[in-house]
Write a protein of this length. Structure first.
Length: 502
């Protein structure tokens, strides 16, 4: 059973990032620009984030096994549809279908673990393994993605999910236990407001740099997000049966873990979207080489996952979470000092640092939230955790992408003006035209690449600053009161959120 849950979560997490190595090829063959490529990533993540809380609620109401199997079937069908896509619009729609499937299967995975493993030590090991495999999926994605794209084309990164999904369906139907469903209303107002708010926010961030920040549609959607998201929080606070129970966040430890999960995804997903464009279209690497370059990061995640679990059990979550955030902030900041002429041995230490930081955070976040939530609320807690992670990734790609696109447009416009080149040449960004920038005159191509690197460096530094601020915030939130032993070090169950910090 544990192997089945881990394998399906590995597939779902793998799909979050494996597509990144295929983005340059997708841009060339489907004639997609930067915003189109962002939607290939964001279409999946946005639907996933918007419907995760609903997935947890449906599992509690109709049975976690049933909803888990439904989600796995939808995800597998979406993968096949993505592989067969002949246009960027069809591909984005298929990615959204994948996101729906992931939103249904993810909450059930962790909540089933919470119910099956009742012993605290066994549960800690199971959740640690589950979290480690999930993190491994995120790390292995680029490594598998490169050779897959080189061998089978960009569609291969989607076909790889189909046999895994079919095998997982057959196995899960036999081995997963079912739990009694409990009556629970669907929070339709909350669902509508969350989808509207986050959808509007992400659309405005992605389209703002290309349409202009004063564009009427961008401004209108930004206004919708500004109204809908606070309204969502207000509705959830007043609901008798909310999809997002704000009582979770009365516990400082739960809040600190949630902030960690959100910010790691914000920085790492944002950076992971643009690095393949840099490596393949500016530095001239093949997809396989760009993927294999991530092996050191993968190795460090594998090393760090059990280390962080042991640190959490002995000292509580504060040490591994703050350390992980600080390491990721350092890695992103350091990466911004390397350009197109950098050699791999010079910056491999950055990838090692990034992998260590990511690996230090995944297990403590999951373990902390599961140990501090009552079993009957495990589905909602799991959905809340994963929603925050996905929303962090969605906003990270959108926000850092907005920084990059705005800086790129400004720098490139100035450079082309100096060269006396037509401004419309600036639309040929790395990885977005059939022949990328190769067909451009050498001075213009150099200007495009230099502007892209300059803009990427600014985005990386913004991500680094955000992660450093998060590390400080989490350190403050998880600071134990004087004379109080951290819950994990004492080996005692944590207080439930309802009773904590009233």
């Amino acid at each position: 059973m544990l192997a089945t849950l881990c394998a399906t979560m590995f597939m779902a997490m793998l799909d979050n990032v494996i597509v990144n190595n295929a983005l340059p090829r997708i841009g060339q063959q489907l004639h997609a620009g930067v915003s189109g490529l962002q939607w290939v990533v964001e279409g999946y993540s946005l639907v996933y984030a918007a419907l995760l809380l609903t997935g947890g609620t449906l599992g509690d109401r109709y049975g976690r096994k049933r909803i888990f199997l439904t989600g796995l079937a939808v995800f597998t069908a979406g993968s096949a549809a993505a592989a067969l896509s002949g246009s960027i619009g069809t591909l984005i729609a298929a990615r959204m279908l994948q996101g729906l499937g992931s939103a249904l299967l993810t909450p059930g995975s962790l909540s089933i673990l919470r119910h099956v493993f009742t012993d605290e030590k066994e549960r800690a090991r199971a959740v640690g393994l589950w979290s480690g495999v999930s993190a491994l999926g995120l790390a292995v994605g680029p490594v598998l993605g490169g050779p897959t794209v080189d061998t089978f084309g960009w569609a291969g990164v989607f076909w790889i999910n189909v046999p895994i999904g079919v095998a997982g369906l057959l196995l899960a139907a036999r081995v997963l236990p079912e739990f009694a469903a409990r009556a629970k209303r669907l929070d339709l107002p909350g669902q509508a407001l969350s989808a509207l708010g986050f959808g509007s926010l992400v659309y405005a961030l992605i389209e703002g740099p290309s349409r202009g920040w004063t564009d009427a549609r961008v401004l209108a959607l930004a206004a919708v997000a500004t109204l809908a998201l606070p309204a969502f929080v207000a509705v959830e606070a007043r609901s008798a049966d909310p999809m997002l129970d704000l009582c979770f966040f009365r516990d400082r430890v739960v809040t600190g873990a949630a902030v960690s999960g959100f910010m790691i995804s914000f920085g790492m997903f944002g950076a992971a979207f643009f690095l393949p464009l840099l490596m393949q279209n500016v530095m001239g690497w093949s997809p396989s080489d760009a993927g294999l370059a991530g092996l050191p990061m993968t190795a460090m995640i594998v090393v760090a996952a059990p280390l962080s679990s042991a640190l959490t059990s002995r000292h509580g979550p504060r040490l591994p979470l703050v350390t992980g955030l600080a390491l990721c902030a350092t890695a992103l900041g350091a990466l911004s000092f390397y350009g197109a002429d950098a050699r791999y041995p010079q910056y491999v230490w950055v990838l090692l640092t990034m992998g260590l930081g990511m690996g230090m955070t995944f297990t403590p976040v999951s373990l902390t939230i599961m140990q501090r939530v009552a079993p009957e609320r495990a589905g909602m807690a799991s959905a809340t955790l994963n929603t925050l992670r996905e929303i962090g990734g969605v906003i990270g790609v959108a926000a850092l992408g907005a920084v990059l696109s705005s800086r790129l447009t400004a720098t490139l416009t100035e450079s082309l003006h100096r060269l006396g080149a037509p401004a419309e040449l600036g639309r040929h960004l790395p990885g977005t035209a059939p022949d990328s920038t190769a067909a451009l005159p050498a001075p213009v191509r150099d200007a495009v690449n230099a502007a892209f690197i300059d803009a990427l460096h600014l985005a990386l530094r913004c991500g680094s600053a955000a992660l450093a601020a998060a590390a400080l915030l989490v350190a403050l939130l998880l600071r134990p009161p004087r004379g109080v032993t951290p819950w994990a070090a004492a080996g005692q169950p944590a207080p439930q959120p309802e009773a904590a910090h009233r």
